[in-house]
Design a protein around this ligand. Structure first.
Ligand code: F6P
Length: 359
């Protein structure tokens, strides 16, 4: 019997628990293998956290549960351990051998890592050192180039679309401009998809630097036509033409920079440019929480089952991917490439044809 480890790296996404469930059930019923969970991602692996045996009973009710029962942290890169010295200086150490040793100590025949580009980049460097790792793509941002879609994205779009639906009714009552800031890092997928689904009038995405005058002209034109409210979706990574992205935490050696706050900037610029009431909502981590949609549960279940197939095929250093309706796999080196909205592509063009402006 094999013993398979699983860890969830980076930020969480709805569907991670469904992956864990799928891996455990497929390992058991298809192969007769045992699955153990490594808590707190790579950080927990390095810390030597004792693995948790994941039985069928343990994962029984995980399908609708958001988050990850294994915990997720954005730390623990074995190649860059951040060590703060007593004098306040910071050192970066390569402790990758420790990660390999931990896998041996835990008697793992293979490790499944579920994560985004950061998680896959680490795995990509561990495999040449002898680690038997396969990957499962996860991110609400849907910014991994080598898979059509990642689980968590559909749930995030639903949350953002529902937020727009709710903002629309109050916007209409008060004749207001409502600005909704959504996540997505440097990709505008959540903004674009939820913006179109939620009937936004303007969508600002990182891939298209914006001119606020275009947004304000749109709002004025709508008013002139008798519509006295507007909805503006802003991706957290959006930036004005010639300007910078907005970080609410700049970051340093110890702390990662955090995108966010551009919604307020946009709200102020609209308020200055038009004669009207503007309100701003930052949706934040609501997009990461809650029950995964049936589509995300399905995708997560497929990805978990396919990860077991990759182990059976000994395709170390490969990540599960969805191409069209076909499950396949891609090498980690390719899996870490990012996917952005094409400013001249058909999706943006379709939105423009609906009268939506991109600034
Ligand atoms: O990558 C997923 C994501 O939610 C991004 O959209 C966002 O920029 C980031 O993670 C937030 O990270 P944290 O949870 O560390 O604040």
């Amino acid at each position: 019997m094999k013993r398979i480890g699983i860890l969830t790296g980076g930020g969480d996404a709805p569907g991670l628990n469904a992956v864990i469930r799928s891996v455990v059930l497929t390992a058991k019923y298809r192969c007769g293998w045992e699955v153990v969970g490594i808590r707190e991602g790579y950080d927990g692996l390095l810390a030597g956290n004792p693995p948790v045996v994941l039985t069928e009973e343990r994962v029984r009710d995980l399908l609708p549960r958001g988050g990850t029962i294994l915990g997720a942290v954005n730390r623990g890169n074995p190649f860059v351990r951040v060590v703060e010295r007593e004098d306040g200086t910071v050192d970066y150490l390569d402790v990758s051998e420790e990660a390999i040793r931990r896998m041996e100590e835990h008697r793992l025949d293979a490790l499944i890592v579920a994560g985004g580009d950061g998680t896959m980049a680490i795995a990509n460097k561990l495999v040449p050192l002898g680690a038997r790792i396969v990957g499962v793509p996860k991110t609400i941002d849907n910014d991994l180039d080598q898979t059509d879609v990642t689980f968590g994205f559909d749930t995030a779009i639903l949350t953002a679309t529902e937020a727009l639906d709710k903002l629309q009714t109050t916007a209409e009552s008060h004749h207001r401009v409502m600005v909704l800031e959504v996540m997505g890092r440097n990709a505008g997928w959540i903004a674009l998809k939820s913006g179109v689904a939620g009937g936004a009038d303007a969508i600002l995405i990182p891939e298209i630097p914006f001119d606020i005058a275009v947004v304000n002209d749109k709002i004025r034109a709508l008013r002139a036509a008798g519509r006295r409210y507007s909805l503006v979706v802003v991706a957290e990574g959006a930036a004005p033409i010639g300007g910078d992205q907005h970080y609410y935490i700049k970051g340093d050696g110890l702390m990662q920079p955090r995108l966010g706050g551009i919604g307020y900037l946009v709200g102020n610029l609209i308020a200055e440019g038009i004669d009207g009431d503007v309100r701003v909502t930052v949706l934040g981590h609501l997009q990461r929480g809650g029950q995964p949609t049936p589509r995300d549960r399905w995708l997560a279940t497929q990805f978990g089952a396919e990860a077991i197939q990759l182990i059976l095929d000994e395709k170390w250093g490969h990540m599960v991917a969805l191409h069209g309706s076909t499950l396949t796999s891609v090498p980690f080196a390719d899996a870490i490439k990012l996917k952005f909205v094409d400013p001249n592509g058909t999706l943006v063009q379709m939105a423009r044809n609906l009268g939506i402006v991109f600034g």
